[in-house]
Design a protein around this ligand. Sequence first.
Ligand SMILES: [Cu+2]
Length: 317
Amino acid sequence: MKIPSNILTLVLGILITLISLWYGQNHGLLPVAASEDAKEIDDIFNIMMTIATGLFLIVEGVLVYSIIKFRRRKGDQTDGPAVEGNVPLEIFWTAIPTIIVFFLAIYSFEIYNNIGGLDPDVSANSKGSSTTQVAQMAMAPGHQHISLGIGPDYAKEGLNPLIVKVKAIQYAWIFTYPETGIVSGELHVPSGRPVSLEMEAGDVLHAFWVPQLRLKQDVIPGRNTTLAFTANREGQYPVICAELCGAYHGGMKSSFIVHSQNDYDKWVQDNTIASTPQTEPVALSTQGMTDTQYLAPYMEEMGITTSAIDHLHHNHL
Ligand SMILES: [Cu+2]
């Protein structure tokens, strides 16, 4: 019995569609999502994966089928048939990719807009027209007030974002918390609270990237950039420099830690003591100082009293 080819095509089409739809949701290629916006990025990635899987199966399927079906048989010395072309077929396979590309372009533009990619943050003049921004830029190149960024302007939305100043240098990330005065080599945030990163580069181009946030933003010398997000999944994730910035670029890594509010408060408390600015100058002559004098600034930070140290000394002597 011979199955009619249009029924075969239909069955194959359904099969390819089902496999593509399944793989588009189950490719397992993305890391866990730790922010609210990540879902939108994942949605478009999954759609692209679905389309790509379908195209792959069709193109490779036809290729493999043809290699076997139309292979040269033993003793066959004839030329293949002269195929001149097929106008309807060519229109068909030009139109479909065109529609796909237009759809993806519009869809990705929409998502980029949704996550605040088209909202340059101009805090000096709220959101001015682009001409105002250019004028301001000309007046004050690299000034604090002009920054390019991704993410909502939480402050303008009346929310109280956790502001973290991010400084990228060869080859480290320095996170400063104006709210608490903490300076840290790791980025700690509470889950559920909007975060605004205000980023600057100390030397060359860097890029702040946390794959689990699905966000990446260039850090540019002389030009501030911002990145705003709300992390909603507790855990420890990598911060990666995603812009080749020098010989040790590969080592420019840190950690992004999303805490529960309680754990975050505890972290703040632990680190507020440790990073209290010292009253003593950083470089001081230690000549002629007793151990107790030398240790005084450290003791103060650590909450150790002079009598405790004296007690220690007397016990040792
Ligand atoms: Cu870097």
